[in-house]
Write a protein that binds this ligand. Structure first.
Ligand code: BG6
Length: 512
């Protein structure tokens, strides 16, 4: 056994020891998320031996299906969405996969579920531990949570002792601060905060988890990670995809709610927070919450300088023509939903005072890339200014490349070989693909493993969710009161011109 295999075996044993038996109920099992992400992730965990011994899955939704219909549809999804996984172990996994058609409007739906779970608890030895995974449309969340509470399925509201209930919920966690508070209040009527797992799939990505390791397991970066050395920080989450088949949701959400309220604030807190005193979930979540509390409220009077929105018009992606957002299927022809958002933020604390954080996200942009770049201050004395190179806007840049080209790079100046002082900017590069040469688990694999073992570190806590809505409230209000001039960028471009102006006004440029 080589070192890599030995590590994997050790991890597997550690995981088996941590995860208690349980049944996972996927509410909304007929939907896209179950097919594309949840079942492939659960199957991948099963193949790696990372599911507990007494484990079963019950898919629940309104659609009438038999157990076998559900199993074969899930098998097809694995072939379609996780083709790297061999189906050799499928029959063993499918033996613990069930389906229950249920109407969430009806209390009898919940009592049927309770009875069915009771049978499966005995059959599979789940110790009556239950995970309820909400993968339905968000408008059903409150009704389902209250239904679960009334059915007695969540009787233990007291902490982690077995038998325990846990609830996993997918974003959106509300539509604004008020609705987020209402949803949290309903959740807290039935579940203890320690039993609530709000998923932000970005936190399950390997490259995102590596941010803390990079910062706090190395000694050489953290001394530079502050206003003394950092000129500014950029976070870009750019997609080439359009709205796909999610217009109904996206028309209501828009980019600010879809990407910034959750994923962007998660990245921001990881890159800017203080070191936690330990890896205990609450220690880490406290630091993230503290960071968000330090984000300077966006001044409504200065919104035009600090926030930019956009919507794509027709254009070209990879040389192919694509329609504008308003011409996408099921989108209102006069839609004012933003598909692009950029903000300039400040963090009012000792470490980051006056350092701008420029963040942006958009659909149908030129390139699909998610990265965080730390732009360091320029050298104080321009010794090589006669070469021309060091007079441009460039400086050392550390790029945490989240996707698709996962890795880290550091941009620095070097001398070009030759008899004169010719300088060049170069990148020192670490790439996951070449360094490890092994499959990275999907974000959902990691998050499901954590939920199974009761580790809430990577899940969003109530205060963080509410704080992020509070921070965005002035932007949401301003944008809802003022009509935009959409579309204002072509599909396949880098977004609206106003977004370039936002950063150029400070003599800086977007990194890509
Ligand atoms: C989701 C958003 O949370 O994240 C989508 O709802 C977006 O609109 C997606 O496309 C991006 O995730 P990833 O992992 O592909 O970067």
């Amino acid at each position: 056994m080589n070192l890599d295999e030995a590590t994997l075996v050790a991890q597997t044993h550690a995981q088996e020891a941590l995860s208690e038996p349980c049944a996972m109920v996927i509410m909304g099992a007929h939907g896209d998320l179950t097919k594309r992400k949840l079942i492939p992730a659960l199957y991948a965990l099963f193949v790696q031996g990372l599911l507990p011994k007494g484990f079963c899955v019950i898919g629940v939704s309104r659609t009438q299906l038999s157990h076998d219909d559900f199993r074969s549809s899930m098998k097809e999804s694995i072939a379609e969405f996780a083709s790297d996984l061999s189906l050799a172990n499928w029959e063993d996994f499918a033996g613990a996969l069930y389906y229950l058609p249920t109407n969430f409007d009806n209390p009898s739906g919940f009592s049927n579920l309770a009875a069915f779970l009771g049978d499966l608890d005995s059959k599979h030895g789940t110790a009556s531990n239950h995970i309820f995974y909400l993968s339905t449309i968000p408008s059903l969340y409150e009704q389902i949570v209250l239904g679960l509470g009334a059915s007695g399925l969540t009787r233990e509201k007291t902490g982690l002792k077995s038998p325990w209930p846990r609830i996993v919920i997918e974003k959106p966690f509300g539509h604004d601060l008020e609705s987020a508070k209402k949803l949290n209040a309903v959740l807290h009527q039935v579940f203890d905060e320690s039993q609530i797992y709000r998923i932000d799939h970005y936190l399950g990505k390997e490259t995102v988890q590596n941010i803390m390791v990079f910062r706090f397991a190395n000694s050489i970066f953290e001394p530079l990670w502050n206003r003394e050395h950092v000129d500014h920080v950029q976070i870009t989450m750019a997609e080439t995809l359009g709205v796909e088949n999610r217009a109904a949701y996206y028309e209501e959400a828009g980019c600010l709610r879809d990407m910034l309220q959750n994923h962007m604030f998660s990245l921001l807190s990881l890159v800017a927070m203080e070191p936690p005193i330990s890896l205990e979930p609450e220690e880490i979540r406290d630091e993230k919450a503290k960071l968000l509390k330090a984000v300077k409220p966006i001044d409504p009077e200065r919104l035009n300088e600090l926030a930019v929105r956009g919507q794509y018009g027709p254009g070209f992606i990879s040389g192919q023509p694509v329609p504008g957002y308003r011409n996408e299927e099921k989108v209102n022809l006069k839609s004012n939903t933003e598909t692009y958002a950029a903000l300039k933020l400040f963090i009012d604390n000792w470490r980051w005072a006056d350092v701008p954080f420029y963040v942006r996200s958009g659909k149908r942009l030129e390139k699909a890339v998610t990265e965080i770049t730390m732009h360091f201050r320029r050298a104080p004395h321009r010794l090589f200014s006669h070469t021309g190179l060091t007079d441009d806007l460039s400086s050392n840049v550390l790029a945490l490349r989240i996707q698709p080209d996962e890795g880290i790079s550091l941009k620095f100046v070097t001398k070009f070989p030759g008899p004169t002082n010719q300088l060049r900017w170069l990148d020192m590069v670490f790439s996951y693909g070449t360094a490890f040469g092994r499959r990275s688990p999907s974000a959902y694999e990691r998050l499901l493993v954590d939920c199974l073992s009761g580790d809430t570190t990577l899940f969003a806590r109530t205060d963080v969710v509410e704080k992020s809505w509070e921070l965005l409230a002035p932007v949401i209000e301003h944008w809802s009161l003022n009509k935009p001039n959409f579309p204002n960028y072509a599909a396949g471009s880098w977004g609206p011109v106003a977004s370039d102006r936002l950063i150029q006004a400070d003599d800086r440029e977007w990194q890509c």
